[in-house]
Every structure is written in C-alpha cells, then in structure tokens.
Design a binder for this molecule. Structure first.
Ligand SMILES: *Cc1c(COP(=O)(O)O)cnc(C)c1O
Length: 362
C-alpha cells in the first residue's frame, strides 16, 4: 500500500477510499481557490452550500431515493437515532423490534424509555448467530413502526430479506452496511446510518425518511435538535452541521458513482467476502461463526479452537501489519471488517496470512 498505509480491518471508524483521501489532502490548504480549507469555512458560504447540495444530490442519484423521501445530515451518531426514532415516530406508544444482536438490543432498550416495546422476533437463543425469520411477524394493529438493525456489526449477520411489516413503516439501522449494495428506499419508512463504518469520518449520521412520517406535533419537551422536522425544514442547516464529515462523505458518494454505483460496489463486496468465507469454510483451524444464509458481507467474525489461540492469531496478525482483527469484547474471537473501502488485495493478503499461520501451527 502507498504512503505506508496498512490494511485496517476496524469495525469503525474504518478505511476510506484512497483516491478520496488524496483529493481531500490536495484541497486541505485551499479549497478550490477559496483560500481556506473546508474545516475553516462558514456553513453559510456559497462554497459550502454547494458541497452540501451536491452531497445530497449525489446520494439521491446513487440510491435512487424517491422524491417523497427527505435526506438529513444529523450529528450524535447512530446512538442518538436509538432515541430520536421513538421520540419522533411513537404516536400510539407501541413499536415492534427485531432483536438480532447487540445493536438492535441497544436500540430497543432505549426505545423502552419512551413507549411499549414488543420484541417480535429474536435470535438470542443462539447467541445472535442468525437473523430470525421475519416472514410472519405478529404485529399489533396499533404498532407505530417495525425496527431492524439490518447488519449486526458485532455478530456479523445481515438481512437478505426484509420483514413483512403489514403496512407499518420499517425503520432500519444500516450503519454497518450503508451503500454496500443497492437499496430500495421506498420499502422503508426511515433508514439511518452512522457514516464512520462505510462512508466517511465519524460524527455524522444520515437519515432518509419518508416525508409523511415527519411530524410537527410532538411532545413540547422533545428538544428542537431531536426533531426530524427541524432538520428537514432547514435542509440540515438549522445549526452548524458537521461540515467536515459532510464534505468527505460527499466525495465518497461521487467516488461510488464514478466506479459504477451500488451494483458495482455490491459485486466487489461479494467477491471480497467470498474470498474470506471460502477460506474459513475450508480451514480446519478457523471457523466463521455466523449462520451461512445470513452472513454479512461487511463484518466477518471467526474463531480458532480456543480463546488462547484467538489471542495469539490477533497478536501475530498485528505484527504482520493487519490492524484491528480482534473480535468485539462482548463476543471474543476475531473479526475482519471488510467495508466498501477495503481493497480486494487486503482480503487476499489476510487470507494468505491466515493460511500460512494455520499450516505453521498444525
Ligand atoms: C457502530 C454502530 C452504531 C453506533 O454508532 P455511533 O455512531 O457510535 O453511535 C449503531 N448501529 C450499528 C449497526 C453500528 O454498527
């Protein structure tokens, strides 16, 4: 890799495309003749307005977002959405959650502060190693929405089929899979994604929301910043947005359009994931932990025969220049996050390393 960079398998903040980083570096002292960097620029300036408008337009083109959906750039990460979703969407006071791993658990625990939470399906019985069947969920007539975490970053599972919601708005946390494959936004009421996993610098979350779900008649105690209406009515400029993250994310949207859009991104992601899963499936030492039918293309948790061996592999991989392969502390083992920006060469190099390690430790 150029510049002495390493293959970074972090679950986030994670790698960004090298051509994007080079462009940012070239513009950091003087953004297109403005005499200043984007970090130093008023959010009300014409140059920044254009950055914001282009970012939204490019994202809309990339995902083919329908006109009756609003795009918002909000701060507070994915975590604040765990609160904003129930604060804004509960009317009758009941919501259905699919419990498929640590991130959906966090979201449903937060929603319980605001209303009645029904766990409509769960895979807790097998350590969240699979996505529960959501083809026939029991959803009460007064439920305000159905919530999923579409890619569980820690457990390495992903939804390949969306739940049947019987007309209720589907809310999806796409933080760790956003823009990794084509997505039909019209099937959702609200999509949100913290950008630091698959897009750009931490500190921003993108919300894509069906217009008719944006309400003004909330409890007066709901803070102004936590109302989707505030962001929608002000084109995400009610207060100073995360200008830097927005600028960098905009460059990634442009980059994705230039390489051929989300169809091409999915093709590359499938190719990369297959290289790693094929190796793990044929290994006598390493084993992928997620159910085959639900395996994430982005986060690949795997184990050796023992936690002691796991730790040894992590140490050896770090010494060999592979960063952040330690599994999340709650599940142990190893995890390779191979987001959009991880090159195929990085996955091939990792597999070559693991293969050599296995042969040496037989
Ligand atoms: C990382 C992550 C979050 C939390 O993101 P923050 O920006 O740290 O709040 C939420 N959901 C999923 C699926 C994640 O992977």
């Amino acid at each position: 890799m150029k510049y002495g960079r390493v293959y970074n398998f972090s679950a986030g903040p994670a790698m960004m495309p090298e051509p994007v980083l080079e462009e940012i570096a070239a513009e950091v002292m003087n953004y297109r003749g403005s005499g200043m960097s984007v970090m130093e620029m008023s959010q009300r300036s014409a140059a920044f307005q254009k950055i914001r408008d282009d970012a939204e337009a490019d994202l809309r083109e990339l995902m083919r977002i329908p006109d009756n959906y609003r795009v918002m750039f909000v701060q507070g990460g994915g975590t604040l959405q765990f609160s904003m979703v129930p604060m804004n969407l509960l009317r009758n006071g009941t919501a259905c959650y699919v419990e498929s791993g640590a991130w959906s658990q966090k979201a449903l625990a937060e929603a319980k502060r605001y209303g009645n939470v029904i766990v409509s399906a769960s895979s807790a019985d097998d350590n969240f190693s699979y996505v529960p069947d959501c083809s026939a969920l029991d959803i009460p007539a007064d439920a305000d929405y159905v919530y999923i975490c579409e890619n569980e970053t820690i457990h390495g599972t992903t939804f390949y089929r969306l739940p049947e919601t019987h007309g209720k708005p589907l809310v999806s946390d796409q933080s760790s899979m956003f823009l990794s494959r084509p997505c039909d936004a019209s099937r959702y009421g609200l999509i949100f994604a913290g950008v630091q996993k698959n897009v750009g610098p931490a500190g921003m979350v993108i919300v894509i929301m069906r217009e008719d779900l944006i309400r003004g008649d909330l409890d007066p105690k709901v803070p102004v910043y936590l109302r989707y209406k505030t962001h929608a009515d002000n084109d995400s400029m009610y207060n100073t947005p995360n200008c830097w993250s927005l600028y960098c994310c905009g460059k990634v949207f442009r980059y994705l359009l230039d390489i051929g859009g989300l169809e091409e991104m999915e093709r590359r992601n499938r190719e990369k994931a297959a290289i790693l899963y094929d190796f793990l499936d044929n290994s006598a030492f390493f084993r992928a932990t997620a159910a085959k039918s639900d395996r994430s293309l982005m986060n690949v948790p795997f184990v050796t025969p023992s936690p002691e061996q796991d730790a040894k592999v992590v140490a050896a991989s770090k010494a060999a220049g592979f960063e952040n392969l330690k599994g999340h502390k709650s599940v142990g083992g190893l995890r390779a996050s191979i987001f959009n920006a991880m090159p195929k060469e990085g996955v091939e190099a990792l597999v070559a390393f693991l293969d050599k390690y296995e042969k040496a430790h037989k």
